[in-house]
Design a protein around this ligand. Structure first.
Ligand code: FAD
Ligand code: 2HG
Ligand code: ZN
Length: 475
Protein backbone atom coordinates (compact mmCIF):
# COMPACT_ATOMS: atom_id res chain seq x y z
CA UNK A 1 0.00 0.00 0.00
CA UNK A 2 1.04 3.56 -0.72
CA UNK A 3 0.91 4.54 2.94
CA UNK A 4 3.72 2.05 3.72
CA UNK A 5 6.04 3.13 0.91
CA UNK A 6 5.54 6.81 1.67
CA UNK A 7 5.24 6.50 5.44
CA UNK A 8 2.14 8.59 5.88
CA UNK A 9 -0.17 8.40 8.89
CA UNK A 10 -3.95 8.08 8.56
CA UNK A 11 -5.79 11.20 9.74
CA UNK A 12 -8.42 11.09 12.49
CA UNK A 13 -11.36 10.21 10.26
CA UNK A 14 -14.08 7.71 10.97
CA UNK A 15 -14.16 4.40 9.17
CA UNK A 16 -17.17 3.82 6.95
CA UNK A 17 -19.88 1.66 8.58
CA UNK A 18 -23.16 -0.08 7.67
CA UNK A 19 -25.24 2.95 8.62
CA UNK A 20 -23.19 5.17 6.28
CA UNK A 21 -23.67 2.67 3.44
CA UNK A 22 -27.41 2.67 4.13
CA UNK A 23 -27.52 6.47 3.82
CA UNK A 24 -25.63 6.44 0.49
CA UNK A 25 -27.77 3.60 -0.86
CA UNK A 26 -30.95 5.49 -0.03
CA UNK A 27 -29.56 8.63 -1.66
CA UNK A 28 -28.19 7.09 -4.87
CA UNK A 29 -29.94 3.73 -5.20
CA UNK A 30 -28.08 0.41 -5.15
CA UNK A 31 -26.39 0.76 -8.56
CA UNK A 32 -24.54 3.98 -7.97
CA UNK A 33 -22.64 2.81 -4.93
CA UNK A 34 -19.80 0.44 -5.77
CA UNK A 35 -18.21 -1.82 -3.17
CA UNK A 36 -15.72 -4.67 -3.28
CA UNK A 37 -11.97 -4.92 -3.72
CA UNK A 38 -11.93 -6.15 -7.31
CA UNK A 39 -14.57 -3.65 -8.48
CA UNK A 40 -12.57 -0.81 -6.93
CA UNK A 41 -9.11 -2.01 -7.99
CA UNK A 42 -8.86 0.39 -10.95
CA UNK A 43 -10.16 3.33 -8.89
CA UNK A 44 -7.72 2.66 -6.04
CA UNK A 45 -4.71 2.56 -8.38
CA UNK A 46 -3.29 5.49 -10.34
CA UNK A 47 -2.61 5.50 -14.10
CA UNK A 48 1.11 5.07 -13.53
CA UNK A 49 0.55 2.11 -11.20
CA UNK A 50 2.74 3.77 -8.56
CA UNK A 51 0.30 4.55 -5.76
CA UNK A 52 -2.55 2.49 -4.39
CA UNK A 53 -5.25 3.23 -1.85
CA UNK A 54 -7.64 0.95 0.02
CA UNK A 55 -11.05 2.53 -0.44
CA UNK A 56 -13.99 0.20 -0.05
CA UNK A 57 -16.68 2.51 -1.45
CA UNK A 58 -17.12 4.53 -4.63
CA UNK A 59 -20.10 6.83 -5.13
CA UNK A 60 -21.46 7.95 -8.49
CA UNK A 61 -23.62 11.05 -8.09
CA UNK A 62 -25.42 12.45 -11.13
CA UNK A 63 -26.32 15.93 -9.91
CA UNK A 64 -24.90 18.83 -7.91
CA UNK A 65 -27.62 18.23 -5.30
CA UNK A 66 -26.43 14.65 -4.79
CA UNK A 67 -22.81 15.80 -4.45
CA UNK A 68 -23.97 18.37 -1.92
CA UNK A 69 -25.88 15.75 0.11
CA UNK A 70 -22.88 13.37 0.06
CA UNK A 71 -20.36 16.00 1.19
CA UNK A 72 -22.62 17.45 3.86
CA UNK A 73 -23.11 13.93 5.29
CA UNK A 74 -19.39 13.06 5.09
CA UNK A 75 -18.49 16.31 6.79
CA UNK A 76 -20.92 15.68 9.66
CA UNK A 77 -19.67 12.11 10.07
CA UNK A 78 -15.95 12.94 9.59
CA UNK A 79 -15.59 10.69 6.58
CA UNK A 80 -12.73 11.59 4.23
CA UNK A 81 -13.34 11.67 0.47
CA UNK A 82 -11.29 11.59 -2.72
CA UNK A 83 -12.83 13.27 -5.80
CA UNK A 84 -12.03 11.32 -8.96
CA UNK A 85 -12.50 12.16 -12.65
CA UNK A 86 -10.84 10.05 -15.34
CA UNK A 87 -8.05 8.95 -12.96
CA UNK A 88 -5.33 9.97 -15.42
CA UNK A 89 -3.55 12.27 -12.95
CA UNK A 90 0.22 11.74 -12.70
CA UNK A 91 0.95 12.84 -9.12
CA UNK A 92 -1.12 10.39 -7.10
CA UNK A 93 -3.87 12.93 -6.34
CA UNK A 94 -6.78 11.04 -7.86
CA UNK A 95 -6.65 7.88 -5.76
CA UNK A 96 -7.25 7.49 -2.04
CA UNK A 97 -4.24 7.07 0.24
CA UNK A 98 -6.14 5.06 2.90
CA UNK A 99 -9.87 4.33 2.88
CA UNK A 100 -11.22 7.67 1.64
CA UNK A 101 -14.59 7.37 -0.09
CA UNK A 102 -14.11 7.88 -3.83
CA UNK A 103 -16.59 10.33 -5.37
CA UNK A 104 -16.50 9.73 -9.10
CA UNK A 105 -17.82 12.22 -11.67
CA UNK A 106 -18.33 9.41 -14.19
CA UNK A 107 -22.09 9.94 -14.45
CA UNK A 108 -21.96 13.75 -14.37
CA UNK A 109 -21.49 14.06 -18.10
CA UNK A 110 -24.28 16.31 -19.37
CA UNK A 111 -23.54 19.19 -21.74
CA UNK A 112 -26.01 21.86 -20.67
CA UNK A 113 -25.61 24.57 -23.28
CA UNK A 114 -23.50 25.77 -26.19
CA UNK A 115 -23.71 29.51 -26.72
CA UNK A 116 -22.61 29.75 -30.34
CA UNK A 117 -22.57 33.57 -30.39
CA UNK A 118 -20.10 33.92 -27.53
CA UNK A 119 -18.48 30.50 -28.02
CA UNK A 120 -19.10 29.19 -24.50
CA UNK A 121 -19.96 25.63 -23.49
CA UNK A 122 -21.58 24.94 -20.13
CA UNK A 123 -21.37 21.37 -18.87
CA UNK A 124 -21.10 19.05 -15.92
CA UNK A 125 -17.60 18.24 -14.69
CA UNK A 126 -17.62 14.56 -15.70
CA UNK A 127 -17.67 15.18 -19.47
CA UNK A 128 -14.75 13.37 -21.08
CA UNK A 129 -12.51 15.96 -22.74
CA UNK A 130 -12.54 14.33 -26.18
CA UNK A 131 -16.33 13.84 -26.13
CA UNK A 132 -16.84 17.48 -25.12
CA UNK A 133 -14.55 18.60 -27.94
CA UNK A 134 -16.55 16.47 -30.41
CA UNK A 135 -19.76 17.97 -29.09
CA UNK A 136 -18.65 21.58 -29.63
CA UNK A 137 -17.12 20.64 -33.02
CA UNK A 138 -20.71 20.36 -34.35
CA UNK A 139 -21.00 24.09 -33.65
CA UNK A 140 -17.68 24.95 -35.32
CA UNK A 141 -15.93 25.35 -31.96
CA UNK A 142 -13.12 23.57 -30.10
CA UNK A 143 -12.23 23.07 -26.45
CA UNK A 144 -9.04 25.13 -25.98
CA UNK A 145 -7.27 22.27 -24.20
CA UNK A 146 -5.80 19.08 -25.65
CA UNK A 147 -3.70 16.37 -24.05
CA UNK A 148 -2.72 12.76 -24.57
CA UNK A 149 -5.24 11.58 -21.96
CA UNK A 150 -8.19 13.26 -23.75
CA UNK A 151 -10.02 9.96 -24.29
CA UNK A 152 -10.32 9.36 -20.51
CA UNK A 153 -9.76 12.58 -18.54
CA UNK A 154 -12.76 14.63 -17.44
CA UNK A 155 -13.10 18.37 -17.91
CA UNK A 156 -13.59 18.65 -14.12
CA UNK A 157 -10.27 16.84 -13.59
CA UNK A 158 -8.65 19.16 -16.12
CA UNK A 159 -9.96 22.22 -14.29
CA UNK A 160 -9.03 20.81 -10.88
CA UNK A 161 -5.44 20.20 -12.01
CA UNK A 162 -5.30 23.32 -14.21
CA UNK A 163 -4.06 21.02 -16.95
CA UNK A 164 -1.81 22.61 -19.57
CA UNK A 165 -1.32 20.33 -22.54
CA UNK A 166 -0.39 20.69 -26.16
CA UNK A 167 -1.95 24.06 -27.07
CA UNK A 168 -1.46 26.24 -24.00
CA UNK A 169 1.04 28.17 -26.12
CA UNK A 170 -1.84 29.35 -28.30
CA UNK A 171 -4.93 29.43 -26.06
CA UNK A 172 -3.43 30.13 -22.65
CA UNK A 173 -4.12 28.45 -19.30
CA UNK A 174 -7.50 27.36 -17.95
CA UNK A 175 -7.33 30.32 -15.56
CA UNK A 176 -8.02 32.35 -18.70
CA UNK A 177 -10.45 30.18 -20.65
CA UNK A 178 -12.63 28.86 -17.80
CA UNK A 179 -15.30 31.52 -17.36
CA UNK A 180 -17.44 29.89 -14.69
CA UNK A 181 -17.21 27.16 -12.07
CA UNK A 182 -19.80 25.61 -9.77
CA UNK A 183 -18.26 23.75 -6.85
CA UNK A 184 -19.50 22.06 -3.69
CA UNK A 185 -17.62 22.82 -0.49
CA UNK A 186 -16.85 20.23 2.19
CA UNK A 187 -19.89 21.45 4.13
CA UNK A 188 -22.16 20.65 1.19
CA UNK A 189 -22.70 24.32 0.36
CA UNK A 190 -22.92 24.94 -3.38
CA UNK A 191 -20.76 27.86 -4.58
CA UNK A 192 -22.20 29.21 -7.79
CA UNK A 193 -19.58 31.09 -9.82
CA UNK A 194 -21.17 30.03 -13.09
CA UNK A 195 -21.12 33.33 -14.92
CA UNK A 196 -20.25 32.80 -18.57
CA UNK A 197 -18.90 36.28 -19.19
CA UNK A 198 -15.37 37.13 -20.25
CA UNK A 199 -15.39 40.23 -18.10
CA UNK A 200 -16.64 40.29 -14.53
CA UNK A 201 -14.80 42.31 -11.92
CA UNK A 202 -17.39 42.09 -9.17
CA UNK A 203 -15.16 41.34 -6.24
CA UNK A 204 -12.86 38.36 -5.67
CA UNK A 205 -12.83 35.97 -8.62
CA UNK A 206 -13.53 32.87 -6.53
CA UNK A 207 -13.63 30.39 -9.39
CA UNK A 208 -9.82 30.53 -9.46
CA UNK A 209 -9.75 28.84 -6.04
CA UNK A 210 -11.06 25.67 -7.65
CA UNK A 211 -8.87 25.80 -10.77
CA UNK A 212 -5.73 23.83 -9.91
CA UNK A 213 -6.60 23.07 -6.26
CA UNK A 214 -6.83 19.32 -7.04
CA UNK A 215 -10.00 18.60 -5.12
CA UNK A 216 -8.75 19.98 -1.80
CA UNK A 217 -11.05 23.02 -1.60
CA UNK A 218 -14.23 21.81 -3.27
CA UNK A 219 -15.67 19.33 -5.71
CA UNK A 220 -16.18 20.96 -9.10
CA UNK A 221 -19.63 20.10 -10.46
CA UNK A 222 -20.11 22.46 -13.44
CA UNK A 223 -17.95 24.49 -15.76
CA UNK A 224 -18.39 27.21 -18.37
CA UNK A 225 -15.49 27.31 -20.79
CA UNK A 226 -14.68 29.64 -23.62
CA UNK A 227 -14.29 27.73 -26.89
CA UNK A 228 -12.48 29.35 -29.83
CA UNK A 229 -13.54 28.68 -33.43
CA UNK A 230 -12.32 25.34 -34.75
CA UNK A 231 -9.48 26.07 -37.19
CA UNK A 232 -10.25 25.44 -40.86
CA UNK A 233 -6.65 24.74 -41.81
CA UNK A 234 -4.17 22.75 -39.75
CA UNK A 235 -0.61 21.74 -40.68
CA UNK A 236 1.90 19.79 -38.67
CA UNK A 237 5.66 19.69 -39.18
CA UNK A 238 7.99 17.13 -37.60
CA UNK A 239 11.57 18.39 -37.63
CA UNK A 240 14.88 16.67 -36.84
CA UNK A 241 17.76 18.66 -35.31
CA UNK A 242 21.25 17.95 -34.11
CA UNK A 243 21.84 20.46 -31.28
CA UNK A 244 19.74 21.93 -28.48
CA UNK A 245 20.86 25.41 -29.47
CA UNK A 246 19.26 24.83 -32.88
CA UNK A 247 16.04 23.77 -31.12
CA UNK A 248 15.95 27.17 -29.43
CA UNK A 249 16.72 29.00 -32.67
CA UNK A 250 13.92 27.10 -34.40
CA UNK A 251 11.45 28.03 -31.65
CA UNK A 252 12.35 31.71 -31.98
CA UNK A 253 12.04 31.48 -35.79
CA UNK A 254 8.65 29.74 -35.47
CA UNK A 255 7.33 32.54 -33.27
CA UNK A 256 8.51 35.28 -35.55
CA UNK A 257 7.75 33.65 -38.92
CA UNK A 258 4.48 31.90 -38.05
CA UNK A 259 3.13 34.48 -35.63
CA UNK A 260 -0.59 34.14 -34.94
CA UNK A 261 -0.98 30.77 -36.70
CA UNK A 262 1.51 28.92 -34.46
CA UNK A 263 -0.67 26.63 -32.34
CA UNK A 264 1.79 24.18 -30.79
CA UNK A 265 5.54 23.81 -30.35
CA UNK A 266 6.63 20.53 -28.79
CA UNK A 267 10.02 18.97 -28.10
CA UNK A 268 11.15 15.32 -28.08
CA UNK A 269 14.67 14.00 -27.52
CA UNK A 270 16.16 10.95 -29.21
CA UNK A 271 15.67 8.65 -26.22
CA UNK A 272 11.95 9.52 -25.88
CA UNK A 273 11.26 8.78 -29.53
CA UNK A 274 13.28 5.56 -29.38
CA UNK A 275 11.11 4.52 -26.45
CA UNK A 276 7.94 4.98 -28.54
CA UNK A 277 9.50 3.08 -31.45
CA UNK A 278 10.71 0.22 -29.28
CA UNK A 279 7.76 -0.20 -26.94
CA UNK A 280 4.78 0.80 -29.12
CA UNK A 281 6.24 -0.13 -32.51
CA UNK A 282 5.34 3.25 -34.01
CA UNK A 283 7.54 4.35 -36.91
CA UNK A 284 8.62 7.99 -37.25
CA UNK A 285 8.35 9.42 -40.77
CA UNK A 286 11.88 10.93 -40.62
CA UNK A 287 15.28 9.41 -39.88
CA UNK A 288 16.89 9.39 -36.45
CA UNK A 289 18.11 12.68 -34.83
CA UNK A 290 19.28 13.95 -31.45
CA UNK A 291 16.22 16.22 -31.10
CA UNK A 292 12.81 16.57 -32.71
CA UNK A 293 10.24 19.35 -32.76
CA UNK A 294 6.56 19.30 -33.62
CA UNK A 295 5.34 22.58 -34.96
CA UNK A 296 1.63 22.97 -35.61
CA UNK A 297 -0.13 25.81 -37.36
CA UNK A 298 -3.89 26.44 -37.14
CA UNK A 299 -5.68 29.14 -39.02
CA UNK A 300 -8.63 30.14 -41.16
CA UNK A 301 -7.02 30.16 -44.60
CA UNK A 302 -5.09 27.12 -45.86
CA UNK A 303 -3.21 28.90 -48.65
CA UNK A 304 -2.08 31.72 -46.37
CA UNK A 305 -0.95 29.28 -43.65
CA UNK A 306 0.94 27.03 -46.08
CA UNK A 307 2.73 30.01 -47.54
CA UNK A 308 3.85 31.11 -44.08
CA UNK A 309 4.88 27.59 -43.08
CA UNK A 310 6.88 27.15 -46.30
CA UNK A 311 8.76 30.42 -45.70
CA UNK A 312 9.55 29.29 -42.14
CA UNK A 313 10.72 25.85 -43.30
CA UNK A 314 12.86 27.27 -46.14
CA UNK A 315 14.46 29.56 -43.58
CA UNK A 316 15.31 26.92 -40.95
CA UNK A 317 16.26 24.18 -43.44
CA UNK A 318 18.16 26.60 -45.69
CA UNK A 319 20.23 28.01 -42.85
CA UNK A 320 20.99 24.50 -41.61
CA UNK A 321 19.50 24.88 -38.11
CA UNK A 322 17.05 22.11 -38.95
CA UNK A 323 18.50 18.97 -40.57
CA UNK A 324 15.39 17.22 -41.79
CA UNK A 325 11.61 17.56 -41.71
CA UNK A 326 8.23 16.48 -42.99
CA UNK A 327 4.91 18.33 -43.15
CA UNK A 328 1.45 16.78 -42.91
CA UNK A 329 -2.00 18.22 -43.43
CA UNK A 330 -3.99 15.01 -43.94
CA UNK A 331 -5.73 14.00 -40.68
CA UNK A 332 -4.36 10.44 -40.66
CA UNK A 333 -0.71 11.54 -41.07
CA UNK A 334 -1.13 14.27 -38.47
CA UNK A 335 -2.65 11.77 -36.06
CA UNK A 336 0.30 9.44 -36.59
CA UNK A 337 2.82 12.20 -35.89
CA UNK A 338 0.88 13.41 -32.84
CA UNK A 339 0.82 9.80 -31.61
CA UNK A 340 4.63 9.80 -31.51
CA UNK A 341 4.48 12.70 -29.06
CA UNK A 342 1.30 12.02 -27.09
CA UNK A 343 2.09 8.38 -26.41
CA UNK A 344 5.56 8.83 -24.88
CA UNK A 345 4.14 8.53 -21.33
CA UNK A 346 2.46 5.25 -22.31
CA UNK A 347 5.65 3.96 -23.97
CA UNK A 348 7.70 4.75 -20.85
CA UNK A 349 5.16 2.92 -18.71
CA UNK A 350 5.99 -0.30 -20.63
CA UNK A 351 9.53 -0.25 -19.21
CA UNK A 352 8.45 -0.81 -15.60
CA UNK A 353 8.62 2.01 -13.05
CA UNK A 354 8.66 5.67 -14.17
CA UNK A 355 10.08 8.51 -12.05
CA UNK A 356 8.25 11.50 -13.51
CA UNK A 357 9.19 15.17 -13.20
CA UNK A 358 7.23 18.02 -14.69
CA UNK A 359 9.34 21.13 -14.54
CA UNK A 360 9.21 24.74 -15.70
CA UNK A 361 12.64 26.14 -16.46
CA UNK A 362 14.09 29.05 -18.38
CA UNK A 363 14.69 27.75 -21.91
CA UNK A 364 18.43 28.29 -21.62
CA UNK A 365 18.50 25.53 -18.94
CA UNK A 366 15.71 23.33 -20.28
CA UNK A 367 17.75 20.39 -21.63
CA UNK A 368 20.73 20.69 -19.30
CA UNK A 369 18.60 19.07 -16.61
CA UNK A 370 18.25 15.87 -18.67
CA UNK A 371 21.97 15.75 -19.49
CA UNK A 372 23.02 16.34 -15.87
CA UNK A 373 20.58 13.75 -14.56
CA UNK A 374 21.74 11.18 -17.10
CA UNK A 375 25.33 11.59 -15.92
CA UNK A 376 24.29 11.63 -12.27
CA UNK A 377 22.41 8.31 -12.57
CA UNK A 378 24.91 6.44 -14.74
CA UNK A 379 24.01 2.83 -15.51
CA UNK A 380 21.54 2.28 -12.66
CA UNK A 381 18.55 3.01 -14.91
CA UNK A 382 17.01 1.96 -18.21
CA UNK A 383 16.42 5.45 -19.58
CA UNK A 384 16.59 9.14 -18.72
CA UNK A 385 14.82 11.24 -21.31
CA UNK A 386 13.25 14.65 -21.84
CA UNK A 387 10.34 15.94 -23.87
CA UNK A 388 7.55 18.42 -23.42
CA UNK A 389 5.94 21.73 -24.12
CA UNK A 390 9.04 23.71 -25.02
CA UNK A 391 6.95 26.65 -26.19
CA UNK A 392 5.80 27.01 -22.56
CA UNK A 393 9.19 26.25 -20.96
CA UNK A 394 7.76 22.98 -19.60
CA UNK A 395 10.09 19.97 -19.55
CA UNK A 396 8.94 16.42 -18.85
CA UNK A 397 11.96 14.66 -17.39
CA UNK A 398 11.39 10.92 -17.15
CA UNK A 399 13.54 8.15 -15.78
CA UNK A 400 12.72 4.44 -15.94
CA UNK A 401 13.86 1.33 -14.10
CA UNK A 402 12.37 -2.14 -14.42
CA UNK A 403 10.91 -1.88 -10.92
CA UNK A 404 10.74 0.71 -8.13
CA UNK A 405 14.21 1.28 -6.68
CA UNK A 406 14.49 3.37 -3.53
CA UNK A 407 18.20 3.98 -4.17
CA UNK A 408 17.49 5.46 -7.59
CA UNK A 409 14.72 7.61 -6.11
CA UNK A 410 17.12 8.92 -3.46
CA UNK A 411 19.63 9.85 -6.12
CA UNK A 412 16.98 11.77 -8.08
CA UNK A 413 15.19 13.49 -5.18
CA UNK A 414 15.70 16.05 -3.80
CA UNK A 415 18.50 16.81 -6.34
CA UNK A 416 15.96 17.39 -9.10
CA UNK A 417 14.02 19.89 -6.95
CA UNK A 418 17.18 21.68 -5.76
CA UNK A 419 18.29 22.11 -9.34
CA UNK A 420 14.87 23.43 -10.39
CA UNK A 421 14.76 25.86 -7.50
CA UNK A 422 18.26 27.16 -8.34
CA UNK A 423 17.06 28.27 -11.77
CA UNK A 424 13.84 29.73 -10.27
CA UNK A 425 11.75 27.09 -12.00
CA UNK A 426 8.60 25.30 -10.88
CA UNK A 427 8.71 21.74 -9.53
CA UNK A 428 5.26 21.13 -11.01
CA UNK A 429 4.51 22.99 -14.19
CA UNK A 430 1.17 21.38 -15.11
CA UNK A 431 0.52 18.10 -13.29
CA UNK A 432 0.00 19.53 -9.80
CA UNK A 433 1.39 18.37 -6.46
CA UNK A 434 -1.16 15.70 -5.57
CA UNK A 435 0.16 13.15 -3.10
CA UNK A 436 3.67 12.62 -4.45
CA UNK A 437 4.97 16.17 -4.67
CA UNK A 438 3.25 17.90 -1.76
CA UNK A 439 6.23 17.85 0.56
CA UNK A 440 8.43 19.55 -2.04
CA UNK A 441 6.18 22.62 -2.37
CA UNK A 442 8.78 24.76 -0.57
CA UNK A 443 11.12 24.49 -3.54
CA UNK A 444 8.66 26.57 -5.55
CA UNK A 445 6.56 28.55 -3.05
CA UNK A 446 7.50 30.91 -0.25
CA UNK A 447 6.61 29.89 3.31
CA UNK A 448 4.23 32.88 3.48
CA UNK A 449 2.35 31.59 0.45
CA UNK A 450 2.18 28.04 1.90
CA UNK A 451 0.84 29.42 5.20
CA UNK A 452 -1.90 31.32 3.37
CA UNK A 453 -2.78 28.14 1.44
CA UNK A 454 -3.16 26.29 4.76
CA UNK A 455 -5.39 29.06 6.12
CA UNK A 456 -7.59 28.91 3.04
CA UNK A 457 -7.87 25.13 3.37
CA UNK A 458 -8.91 25.53 7.03
CA UNK A 459 -11.55 28.09 6.11
CA UNK A 460 -13.09 26.08 3.27
CA UNK A 461 -12.66 22.59 4.69
CA UNK A 462 -12.27 22.90 8.50
CA UNK A 463 -12.43 19.12 9.08
CA UNK A 464 -10.00 18.36 6.28
CA UNK A 465 -12.26 15.77 4.63
CA UNK A 466 -11.56 16.82 1.03
CA UNK A 467 -8.71 14.88 -0.56
CA UNK A 468 -6.52 14.66 2.55
CA UNK A 469 -2.74 14.05 2.24
CA UNK A 470 -2.75 15.96 -1.08
CA UNK A 471 -1.29 19.31 -2.24
CA UNK A 472 -0.52 20.75 1.22
CA UNK A 473 2.71 19.60 2.88
CA UNK A 474 2.60 17.41 6.00
CA UNK A 475 2.59 19.36 9.24
P1 FAD B 1 -8.13 12.72 -12.07
O1 FAD B 1 -6.85 12.07 -12.42
O2 FAD B 1 -9.28 11.84 -11.78
O3 FAD B 1 -7.91 13.72 -10.86
C1 FAD B 1 -6.87 14.63 -10.85
C2 FAD B 1 -6.97 15.51 -9.58
O4 FAD B 1 -8.13 16.33 -9.64
C3 FAD B 1 -7.13 14.71 -8.29
O5 FAD B 1 -6.52 15.41 -7.24
C4 FAD B 1 -8.64 14.65 -8.08
O6 FAD B 1 -8.97 14.50 -6.72
C5 FAD B 1 -9.06 16.01 -8.60
N1 FAD B 1 -10.38 16.03 -9.23
C6 FAD B 1 -10.83 15.33 -10.29
N2 FAD B 1 -12.08 15.70 -10.60
C7 FAD B 1 -12.44 16.65 -9.72
C8 FAD B 1 -13.61 17.44 -9.52
N3 FAD B 1 -14.67 17.32 -10.31
N4 FAD B 1 -13.62 18.35 -8.52
C9 FAD B 1 -12.53 18.49 -7.69
N5 FAD B 1 -11.42 17.77 -7.83
C10 FAD B 1 -11.37 16.86 -8.84
N6 FAD B 1 -1.63 16.89 -17.82
C11 FAD B 1 -1.33 18.10 -18.36
O7 FAD B 1 -1.47 19.11 -17.67
N7 FAD B 1 -0.88 18.22 -19.65
C12 FAD B 1 -0.72 17.15 -20.45
O8 FAD B 1 -0.29 17.29 -21.59
C13 FAD B 1 -1.03 15.87 -19.92
N8 FAD B 1 -0.93 14.77 -20.70
C14 FAD B 1 -1.20 13.55 -20.16
C15 FAD B 1 -1.06 12.43 -20.97
C16 FAD B 1 -1.32 11.17 -20.46
C17 FAD B 1 -1.18 9.98 -21.35
C18 FAD B 1 -1.74 11.03 -19.12
C19 FAD B 1 -2.04 9.69 -18.54
C20 FAD B 1 -1.90 12.14 -18.31
C21 FAD B 1 -1.62 13.41 -18.82
N9 FAD B 1 -1.77 14.56 -18.05
C22 FAD B 1 -1.48 15.79 -18.58
C23 FAD B 1 -2.19 14.45 -16.64
C24 FAD B 1 -3.73 14.34 -16.47
O9 FAD B 1 -4.31 13.80 -17.58
C25 FAD B 1 -4.34 15.65 -16.19
O10 FAD B 1 -3.88 16.09 -14.95
C26 FAD B 1 -5.88 15.66 -16.21
O11 FAD B 1 -6.28 17.00 -16.16
C27 FAD B 1 -6.53 14.88 -15.09
O12 FAD B 1 -7.91 14.73 -15.37
P2 FAD B 1 -8.74 13.50 -14.76
O13 FAD B 1 -10.17 13.70 -15.08
O14 FAD B 1 -8.15 12.23 -15.17
O15 FAD B 1 -8.52 13.76 -13.22
C1 2HG C 1 2.57 15.02 -21.73
O1 2HG C 1 2.78 16.18 -22.05
C2 2HG C 1 2.04 14.75 -20.35
O2 2HG C 1 2.70 14.07 -22.52
C3 2HG C 1 2.76 13.61 -19.65
O3 2HG C 1 2.00 15.89 -19.58
C4 2HG C 1 4.15 14.00 -19.29
O4 2HG C 1 4.77 11.73 -19.08
C5 2HG C 1 5.02 12.88 -18.76
O5 2HG C 1 6.02 13.16 -18.09
ZN1 ZN D 1 2.62 17.65 -20.60
Amino acid sequence: LTSKRYQVKRGKYNEINEENIKFFTELLGPHRIIEGESELEGHNTDWLDTVRGASSVLLKPKTTEEVSAILSYCNQHRLAVCPQGGNTGLVGGSVPVFDEIIISTNLMNKVENVDTWSGVVTCQSGCVLEALDQHVADFGLMVPLDLGAKGSCHIGGNVSTNAGGLRLLRYGSLHGSVLGVEAVLASGEVIDCMTAMKKDNTGYDLKHLFIGSEGTLGLVTKIAIHCPPRPQAVNLALLGLSTYENVLKTYVAAKSKLGEILSSCEFIDRSSLECVEENLKLKPPISSHEYYMLIETSGSNGTHDEEKLNIFLEDVLGSGIVDDGTVASEPSRMLHIWGLRERIAEALHHEGYTYKYDISTPLSHFYKMVEDMRKHLGSKIIRCCGYGHIGDGNLHLNITTDEFDKEVLNRIEPAVYEWTSKVNGSISAEHGLGFKKRNYIHYSKSSGAVTLMKQMKKLLDPNGILNPYKVLPDE
